[in-house]
Design a protein around this ligand. Structure first.
Ligand code: SF4
Length: 697
């Protein structure tokens, strides 16, 4: 017997449609992935998607709760009731002794909309703690903050994907979709086939940059200067859309004055990009009919991430492109539900529908939906890195987290300056981790809860276009495993708050729709049935008769006066620049065959065969100076620690820069090295640049 289910890939924000086939065989069920002609991926899948069924049958799957009786004791299997009773008992005792804020929650951008919503509500209503944040703070926070400042709204792509292939010129800053969103490349390839041009800004000649008409090989940490420099040249060349600026924006004059200081020779000195190339890029942008500017984690994961992003938004506004077909500004989301995961309340400062936790009207709306007093809702709490810095903290003058619940996140690998985070995790009174595998974080936990995964449960996900789509259940979960929603409800039950929570995803989605109604990310008109039958629906969608909104900003912006805002920004040096002790730049990123912290993909044989372990890319010229050959083991040292990796000599990277992918833990973990310096607005850490020294191991 065979069953076929149309569902979506468990990995990246492209959320490719796929068909999962389940066949009953004498050896048990056999699951295989098949192509599906969904509107976004058009039948395409990358090797991660093709091998995704291996996650469902992995022998490493957790199927029973595990518990440690003492900090230095082993994890042992226990019954669910024993695990849940201890969790609830410890939460109660901790909050009685130290207050509600001593319990923290850390979520993930891969969770469905329903789980993201339920986890945010659980923190505020179930636990009464302000301290919830999630790993999206590590990736999308700068783009989100910049989008809200400029447009009054944050949606990764405020236009449909098809616009990409129709743009005359695309400026892609600090993104490598050929490896991070491989199926998306069909849009860039089609744009090129139609005669369009692509400009890529990246310290590395990545597979994406290799497709470009122009590659600007930027010095890490200088993106904001480039954005200002391009606008300077466009102003000098008279390539602005002055009518658009006057009608649809405010604040241009101050930006004009600011970028006057970014003439090409000066920007060359800051960015390392020849002035002639900056001028050439500006000419391409200024003479095109339609221009699309896309940023990704390169400029965003910096201590000036918001300002960097705003410098490119200023460009798109000055060219009069935002809101027009085939042009505008967008940002490439990374995690599976990177978009929906940041809309419904698992951020430290946020309520569902993109409402704000410190806005009295927004609080009253959420409180009414949840059936609680507005005054009972906590105010915004610690952002992700600040929450992790507070783990087990002894200083009574500063916030301290003593119990931490982690869902869908592997912070023992993915957080910056990860040694410090690991020390904090060890210092907790109780660490609870829900996961499908014994990830590095789960292995440190006092209690591990085995949960169901993508094709074993149903839920909605929102892709980078703002398209809400349905991930269907295609197979059963193993005995002994529960869903995240069941875990949340079970803990809430034991805390006497169970009446506020449901473990049925459809019921949670119905509540989410009501909670988001009237908000920026309005899902009120998006029913479960519509999502299932319409290949997804774009938010905002205020009522069931509304078609959804693939293209935003066509007529006005959701700001008080309906206009977009220019924001003057200046280049700020990275928090840590190379010096005589640490003479090179370190930057981090992704490879094709792994995903995020690797907790899932490192357990898929075909992916591990393709990319078996951590490495560092070094330019041969730099390697020669250090006596390093291809394949040598080398040690990278920063002010936070050191990592040992295999050298990969490539001419595609700047001489002054080394690159380490972040998908591995252990001695090759990139985040042993990275700098937790934060952007002052978005609180994103500076993953993309710090100072490093290279030594032979
Ligand atoms: Fe999955 Fe992303 Fe690959 Fe599509 S591009 S198959 S969503 S990992």
């Amino acid at each position: 017997m065979e069953s076929r289910t149309e569902t979506h890939c468990p990995y990246c924000a492209f959320q490719c449609g796929m068909t999962l086939v389940r066949e009953e065989t004498a050896d048990g069920p056999r699951l295989t992935v098949h192509s599906r002609d969904f509107p976004t991926n058009r039948g395409g899948l990358c090797r991660k998607g093709w091998t995704a069924a291996d996650l469902l049958t992995s022998p490493e799957r957790l199927t029973t709760p595990l518990m440690r009786d003492r900090k230095d004791g082993p994890l042992r299997p226990v019954l669910w009731d024993a695990a849940l009773d201890r969790i609830a008992g410890t939460i109660r005792a901790t909050q009685e002794a130290h207050g509600p804020a001593a319990v923290g929650v850390f979520g993930g951008g891969g969770m469905t909309n329903e789980k993201s919503y339920a986890l945010g509500k659980f923190a505020r209503v179930g636990l009464g703690t302000p301290n919830i944040d999630y790993n999206g703070r590590f990736c999308m926070a700068s783009a989100a903050a910049a989008g809200i400042k400029a447009f009054g709204l944050d949606r990764g792509l405020p236009f449909p994907l098809e616009d990409i292939e129709k743009a005359d010129v695309i400026l892609l800053v600090g993104g490598n979709p050929a490896e991070s969103l491989p199926v998306m490349m069909q849009y860039f390839e089609e744009q090129k086939r139609r005669g369009g041009r692509l400009i890529v800004v990246d310290p590395r000649l990545t597979p994406t940059a290799a497709l470009a008409s122009l590659h600007l090989q930027i010095t890490p940490g200088t993106d904001g200067a480039l954005g200002n420099g391009l606008l300077n040249v466009l102003i000098q060349q008279g390539h602005l859309d002055l009518d658009y600026i006057a009608r649809r924006t405010t604040g241009f004059d101050e930006v004009r004055r600011t970028v006057a200081a970014y003439w090409p020779d000066r920007v060359e000195r800051i960015t390392g990009i020849p002035a002639t190339r900056i001028t050439e890029a500006a000419r391409m942008l200024g003479t095109a009919k339609s221009v699309m500017i896309l940023t990704a984690r390169g400029p965003e994961q910096q201590s000036s991430g918001v300002d960097n992003t705003l410098s490119f938004i200023n460009l798109a506004l000055a060219l009069g492109q935002v809101g027009k077909p085939h042009g505008g500004f967008g940002t490439l989301t990374g995690q599976g539900n990177g978009q929906g995961g940041r809309e419904h309340g698992q951020k430290a400062d946020q309520l569902p529908g993109y409402r704000k936790l410190d806005n009295p009207e927004h609080r009253a709306h959420a409180a009414a939906i949840w059936g609680v007093e507005e005054s009972s809702l906590p105010m915004p709490g610690l952002s992700a890195c600040e929450l992790l810095a507070a783990l087990g903290r002894a200083d009574p003058e500063l916030p301290s987290i003593r119990v931490l619940l982690v869902m869908a996140s592997n912070i023992a690998v993915s957080a910056p300056d990860v040694s410090r985070v690991q020390r904090g995790l060890r210092a907790l009174d109780l660490l609870v981790v829900s996961d499908i595998f014994l990830s590095e974080t789960a292995a440190m936990a006092d209690i591990v809860l085995p949960i169901s995964q993508w094709a074993e449960e149903e839920g909605t996900m929102t892709n980078m276009e703002g398209r809400v789509q349905l991930r269907r259940r295609a197979t059963c979960q193993p005995d002994g495993v529960r869903t995240d929603l069941q875990v949340i409800k079970a803990i809430a039950d034991r805390l006497g708050r169970g009446a506020y929570f449901s473990d049925d995803p459809r019921a949670v989605f119905e509540e989410l729709r009501r909670a988001s109604a009237g908000g920026v990310a309005d899902y009120a008109g998006i029913t479960w049935e519509r999502v299932a039958t319409e290949d997804g629906v774009f938010w905002p969608c205020p009522d069931t008769g509304h078609a959804g909104t693939p293209r935003l900003f066509a007529e006005s912006f959701p700001t008080p006066n309906g206009k977009a805002r220019f924001n003057p920004v200046n280049h700020r040096a990275s928090a840590e620049e190379p010096d005589q002790f640490y003479p090179l730049y370190l930057t981090t990123g992704r490879v094709l065959s792994q995903y995020q912290s690797g907790a899932q993909t490192r357990r898929v044989a075909a992916l591990t065969d393709a990319e078996p372990g951590a490495f560092v890319e070094i330019h041969p010229g730099m390697a020669r100076n250090h006596g390093i050959r291809n394949g040598d083991r080398v040690r990278l040292v920063t002010r936070r620690g050191d990592a040992t990796l295999t050298a990969r000599l490539v001419t595609t990277i700047r001489m002054d820069t080394v690159f380490v992918p972040f998908h591995w833990g252990g001695e090759g973990c990139a985040n042993l090295l990275t700098n937790p310096a934060l952007d002052p607005v978005s609180r994103i850490p500076e993953f993309k640049v710090c100072a490093v020294r290279v030594e032979r191991a």
